[in-house]
Design a protein around this ligand. Structure first.
Ligand code: UDP
Length: 484
């Protein structure tokens, strides 16, 4: 039986780093009396249903929170990893494609369904390019959620200007290595002066003007400007200059981050047991961490998409081992390209046996909250970066793809909570040196101090009266039709 609650349909991009913040947002909105329909792809629904023990009834949804399923348009045997980002974009861009048709008929069905309240808004990830057109056609108000950092988003927003200036696509492949990417982009207002071409979204680095991801993301950035509002998982203090710039183009912005912190502030009783992990969570590492001294462990995790070459794996492995500090390293089953992801050398296992734990997908937020964690060696995905900032954990930043390069730059130069590694090649001596600096040197102390300052600011932003807390309330009121 339908209630008369506001009804928000949430459409995340089917990748882990997009699902997590959308789930958090949806859970918080649900706790504030909003009916949620979460739209997921068939492939991810199957993974979510099998990944977490707390979610065995996941598919049935919860009270006033239903799950709807659409195809992602890819063939069943497709691995749906970073290697086929092109195919995902291609499928999502198709005018008469399966995902677009499926969301259209889903929204039409929900508009008429007697079982759910009438749809009041759609919150779509800005990178679901096929959603805006359908919402306009059906007359449903649309809010966008751009799940990257604001500084990362500002990079995406430069696409059209970069093309107009002739800066991208690249003239030829030599531009990848001839120093061109070190060119300053001081002309982009709002970014810090240290920003270079190499900090712009890596998807720009193509020589082909028709390249699918290149064009797809240009459209996502354009789309974000036309929705009735924009939700960002950041907070005003953290990215004030960048937000000022975005605010010149998009007026109705809700900065409500960090969402993990806003979630911690919410009443636990009112939240659903909803985790968005696509991998089965292994919490053995938490017991291992319990046995380590406070602030003694390097936590290493490159998120859900980054991949390593076997050489990079080895260099990171020996760098960590040679530092002689304890470490917890999460190695996804598909982390290493083409080869076994296990360090097979017997001498390595012998070397680390008393101080290194290699484990599989963990509850990262819990790990970062653990008192034993001293430093996070991360690829700087935005969720990981924010989760680290929110827990006061300084970072060693090894960016991989997308806007991670910009996040790493800001972590190093602006927020001063991280040391930046060059993307790409890794050397064990470099890793060992950075770990020692962070664990034993002045640099580590300085960054730790800064990280704790930012943690305090995240607490302030998300507690009652804070900027993100207030903006979230405004969003709820808006969704409930009580305010424009
Ligand atoms: N994550 C996790 N356990 C892991 C690895 C990652 O829970 O072992 C979560 C992490 O907390 C974050 C998300 O997965 O919320 C990864 O998103 P992020 O933006 O950091 O990187 P991406 O995976 O998109 O590259």
């Amino acid at each position: 039986m339908a209630t008369n609650k506001p009804h928000v349909v949430c459409v995340p991009v089917p990748f882990q780093g997009h699902i997590n913040p959308m789930f958090k947002l949806a859970n918080l909105l649900h706790s504030r009396g909003i009916y949620i329909t979460m739209v997921l792809t068939e492939f991810n629904v199957a993974r979510l249903a099998s990944s977490s023990s707390t979610e065995s009834h996941f598919l049935e949804g919860f009270n006033d929170f239903s799950i709807e399923v659409i195809p992602d348009g890819l063939p069943p045997d497709n691995k749906r990893s970073v290697f086929n980002l092109h195919e995902v974009c291609y499928s999502f861009q198709a005018v008469q494609g399966e995902p677009k048709m499926a969301i259209r008929s889903l929204l039409m069905r929900l508009l008429e369904s007697p079982d759910t309240p009438p749809i009041t808004s759609v919150i779509s990830d800005s990178m679901m390019n096929f959603v805006p057109e359908v919402c306009i056609e059906l007359g449903i108000p649309l809010l966008h959620f751009f799940t990257t950092s604001a500084c990362g988003m500002l990079g995406y927003m430069q696409y059209d200007e970069l093309v107009k200036r002739g800066d991208f696509p690249l003239k030829d492949e030599s531009y990848l290595t001839n120093g061109y990417l070190d060119t300053s982009i001081e002309w982009v207002p709002g970014l810090i002066k240290e920003a270079r071409m190499k900090h712009l979204p890596t998807f720009l680095r193509t020589t082909d003007p028709n390249e699918i991801i290149f064009n797809y993301l240009a459209e996502s950035a354009r789309n974000a400007k036309v929705a009735a509002g924009l939700i960002l998982n950041t907070f005003d203090d953290l990215e004030s200059e960048v937000l000022k710039e975005i605010g010149k183009v998009i007026t109705n912005i809700y900065t409500i981050g960090p969402l993990p912190k806003l979630t911690q502030q919410a009443n636990e009783q009112e939240l659903l047991p909803l985790s968005g992990s696509l991998w089965k969570e292994d919490d053995n590492c938490l017991e291992w961490l319990d046995k380590r001294s406070p602030k003694s462990v390097i936590y290493v995790n490159f998120g859900s998409i980054a991949v390593l070459t076997p050489e990079q794996l080895k260099e990171f492995a020996w760098g960590l081992a040679n530092s002689k500090h304890p470490f917890l390293w999460i190695i996804r089953s598909d982390l290493v390209i083409g080869e076994s992801n296990i360090i097979t050398e017997d001498c390595y296992r012998e070397e680390i046996k008393d101080r290194g734990l290699i484990s599989s997908w963990c509850l990262q937020e819990k790990v970062l909250q653990h008192p034993s964690i001293a430093v996070f060696l991360t690829h700087c995905g935005w969720n990981s970066t924010l989760e680290s900032i929110g827990e006061g954990v300084p970072m060693i930043c090894w960016p991989f793809i997308g806007e991670q390069q910009m996040n790493s730059l800001y972590a190093g130069q602006e927020w001063r909570v991280g040391v930046e590694m060059e993307e790409g090649s890794v050397q064990r001596e470099g890793v060992e040196g950075l770990v020692r600096d962070m664990m034993e040197g002045e640099k580590g102390k300085e960054l730790k101090g800064k990280a704790m300052e930012w943690k305090k600011k995240t607490d302030e932003a998300t507690k009652p009266g804070g900027s993100s807390y207030n903006n979230f309330n405004k969003l709820v009121r808006n969704l409930a039709g009580k305010e424009n």
